[in-house]
Ligand binder design. Structure first.
Ligand SMILES: Cc1cc2nc3c(=O)[nH]c(=O)nc-3n(C[C@H](O)[C@H](O)[C@H](O)COP(=O)(O)O)c2cc1C
Ligand code: SF4
Length: 448
């Protein structure tokens, strides 16, 4: 019997994809239970809720949805005994271009997610959780609904879970078919049946004023799956797999110009970008040279091959010293990518070789963002459209000499001036492509 994804590369360590890699794996509850499924939920129900929150903190688990916020810190904002209803909303809206890991988990290991949700629910005193699934994943929604039904029939969801006296129901909500629904406050508006306009923070931090104005934890699908393994391995062992401040493994979806694109799961910080491309993904296509990488989903700033970054590192005596790092030597973890001005984001690594036209690539992204802006704030609504119109015009041969400067000006006037982080998400590609590949934009602007 074959497994759903190829057997791991020797440098991989699969915990999230471990089940999916088993030959003959199937997503039903019998198979999940036969491989130790729901044992961590039983363990959790015998623990103090605060012990679970402390373990998630000690594990250094960062959210896998894009922003990388420390999960245990987020959970500690919930006051278990404040007398208010609390909610968990699972973010399965996965629409960031280049990212496709959550769909794989939803399709192939839905019980792993349900177990993570239930452990979080016990820790945070939540009796109702919603799994918000991207509208374009109707098959995933069906699979997860079916898995919830299976778990309910075994007394694992609903009333008196495992005889513990703890109740928690889980519902699937199908998304509203827009990228912005993945932004956590927009997701909450959408769940409430409203138009998905993001809310302003402050005051609408979900952990304070979330779903139905009650404390709510929004976590990504993969983030909640990691919680199961923090309990299974223990926080210390889990944390040790990664780097200080970025514990555990990271799933990566590699796409673009490599010989073996696909899913990989690696301890955080275990490989450099060059090792990921040339060793794990089988290298570039024959005769091609590396040109650029977007390391964390389309919103992450692009990196140019051959770049050398100046970063600060801690010396043995504890002082901070300057160090130079070449692009392919950048380590794939949250801190290292942040230090070179980009981000690990949602794990979508897009590799481009020297056959790629960077104005075309940016235009592709700009058209996406212009289409997906919710339109609530003027800089984002108008700016994303102007950027898209300009790069479309450049591609059509009608660029004018001022276009690169105007594009930069528009992008600079979106970021930091909007209700939600979509403003940054749509500006960063334009800002970084222009800064890193000025000659290609100048060439496309010479026609005006
Ligand atoms: C425009 C936009 C789109 C987003 N889309 C997603 C998404 O599809 N999935 C996701 O998990 N997080 C997405 N996020 C991040 C969420 O707002 C939120 O940070 C995340 O769900 C929190 O979960 P985590 O802490 O487990 O990562 C998006 C953010 C923005 C600004
Ligand atoms: S930044 Fe864009 S997507 Fe976010 S609220 Fe404003 S208009 Fe909507």
């Amino acid at each position: 019997m074959v497994s759903l994804i190829p057997q791991p590369h020797p440098r991989e360590r699969r915990i999230i994809f471990e089940n999916i890699s088993r030959p003959g794996w199937s997503n039903d509850i019998d198979t999940y239970v036969a491989h130790g499924g729901y044992e961590q939920l039983r363990k959790a129900l015998g623990m103090q809720p605060s012990e679970i929150v402390d373990a998630v903190k000690a594990a250094n688990l960062r959210g896998r949805g894009g922003a990388g916020f420390p999960c245990g810190v987020k959970w500690s904002f919930i006051k278990r005994d404040d007398g208010k209803p609390h909610y968990i909303t699972v973010n399965g809206d996965e629409s960031e271009p280049g990212t496709f890991k959550d769909r794989y988990i939803l399709h192939n290991d839905p019980h792993q997610l349900i177990e993570g949700v239930l452990i979080a629910a016990w820790a945070l005193n939540v009796n109702l959780a919603y799994i918000y699934i991207r509208c374009e994943f109707p098959h995933a929604a069906k699979i997860v609904w079916n898995a919830i039904k299976e778990a309910k029939a075994r007394g694992l969801v609903g009333k008196n879970i495992c005889g513990s006296g703890f109740d928690c129901d889980i519902y699937v909500h199908q998304g509203a078919a827009a990228y912005i629904c993945g932004e956590e406050t927009s997701l909450i508006e959408s769940l409430e049946g409203k138009r998905p306009y993001p809310r302003i923070k402050p005051p609408y931090f979900p952990a304070v004023l979330g779903l139905y104005m009650s404390p709510t934890i929004v976590n990504n699908v993969e983030t909640l799956c990691h919680v199961v393994h923090i309990l299974r391995l223990g926080a210390e062992e889990y944390a040790k797999m990664g780097t200080p401040g970025d514990g555990g493994t990271r799933t990566m979806c590699v796409s673009g110009d490599v010989m073996r694109p696909g899913y990989y799961e690696l301890p955080a910080g275990a490989v450099t970008l060059g090792e990921l491309i040339h060793d794990i993904c089988g290298g570039l296509k024959p005769g091609r040279k590396l040109k650029a990488v977007i390391p964390g989903g389309s919103s992450a700033k692009v990196m140019r091959a051959g770049e050398v970054y100046k970063i600060k590192v801690k010396a043995q005596d504890g002082t901070m010293i300057d160090k130079e790092v070449a692009m392919e030597d950048v380590v794939m973890d949250a801190a290292s990518l942040a230090a070179v001005g980009t981000m690990v984001g949602s794990g979508g690594v897009m590799v481009m070789d020297d056959s790629r036209d960077m104005v075309w690539a940016l235009n592709n992204l700009n058209q996406f963002y212009a289409h997906e802006s919710c339109g609530q704030c003027t800089p984002c609504r108008e700016g994303s459209l102007w950027m898209s119109k300009m790069t479309t015009r450049m591609m059509a041969g009608g660029g004018s000499a001022n276009d690169p400067a105007t594009l930069k000006n528009v992008a600079d006037n979106i970021a930091g001036r909007t209700v939600c982080a979509f403003g940054e998400a749509c500006s960063w590609p334009t800002q970084s492509f222009l800064a890193k590949f000025p000659e290609e934009f100048a060439a496309r602007s010479a026609n005006g």
